[in-house]
Design a protein around this ligand. Structure first.
Ligand code: UDP
Length: 251
């Protein structure tokens, strides 16, 4: 087994730092080690301050990756850690590519997004990586009865890699409540990744992402997010206050 990740803390939330997240997760898949991956950003950290259920789910997740610029800058500037940003969508894409290269029959499932979006995303991924074994998809808007059917489907199929794109905190809470259905699976909350893969939305150009400005592009694309994005300056302020009143490292 690869070296365990180093655990740091950002405003009381854990972040696991390592150099090879995909490699670690491939080992989880090979060994059938049930794993919940949380992609932590400033907005989620602020939500967790107000939502104790979300905070608990993040604390219990086997892997919390530094997805957002705010989290990465906190770790670099305040904790002096050499940390690279690991956007959840890129981790998910790398995992799919590696599974394709290894020609494993790992069963993959996509859940979330508007009607047809997960199915379209699966079609696109399958076209790009022909050896992928995507065993099913399900939209993220449905009745309680359809949700029960989805749960039955998951029990029967036992996918090993399950992407859940319902947005934060819905996807994190849903995974925590349902991971017992496929106890050996790797579950990842992937936000709007299906929208990107299906071509419904576009990601920020790489140069913006490389300069920690992906949030600015999202604001331009989805201006109604401005209220949610107030979490970013709030995070920055709290990060400084918290850091200088309580040190961040857990272990
Ligand atoms: N979504 C869903 N069911 C819901 C609410 C949202 O499937 O009840 C999907 C929505 O269609 C979108 C994703 O969840 O594809 C949320 O994407 P967003 O980029 O807003 O995620 P976040 O920024 O919260 O990670």
């Amino acid at each position: 087994m690869s070296k365990s990740p180093k655990t740091l803390a950002v405003l009381g939330m854990p972040v696991h730092v390592m150099t090879n997240y995909p490699g670690w997760l491939i080992e989880c898949l090979q060994q059938g080690r049930g794993t919940h991956v949380v992609t932590l950003n400033a907005e989620m950290t602020m939500q967790a301050e107000r939502n104790s259920s979300l905070a608990q789910v993040i604390q219990n997740a086997e892997l919390v990756i530094p997805d957002g610029a705010g989290v990465v800058l906190y770790l670099r500037w305040l904790l002096w850690q050499k940390v690279q940003r690991c956007p959840g969508i890129e981790l998910a894409e790398t995992l799919l590519r590696e599974l394709g290269q290894q020609q494993t029959s790992t069963k993959v499932f996509f859940y979330g997004g508007a009607t047809g979006v997960a199915a379209k995303a699966a079609e696109v991924c399958q076209q790009q990586i022909s050896s992928l074994n995507i065993v099913g998809t399900h939209s993220g808007y449905h009745s309680p009865e359809q949700e029960q059917q989805l749960q039955q489907t998951l029990i029967q199929l036992q996918p090993q890699l399950i992407f859940v794109g319902l947005g934060v905190p819905r996807q994190e809470l849903w995974i925590a409540q349902n991971r017992h259905l496929c106890p050996q699976a790797v579950w990842i909350g992937v936000g709007g990744s299906f929208d990107i893969w299906s071509g419904t939305k576009h990601r920020a150009p790489a140069w913006l992402g490389n300069n920690n400005l992906e949030w600015l592009y999202r604001l331009y694309q989805e201006p109604w997010r401005w209220r949610r994005m107030l979490a970013l300056p709030e995070f920055a302020l709290k990060a400084f206050v918290y850091h200088f009143t309580a040190r961040g490292a857990i272990s």
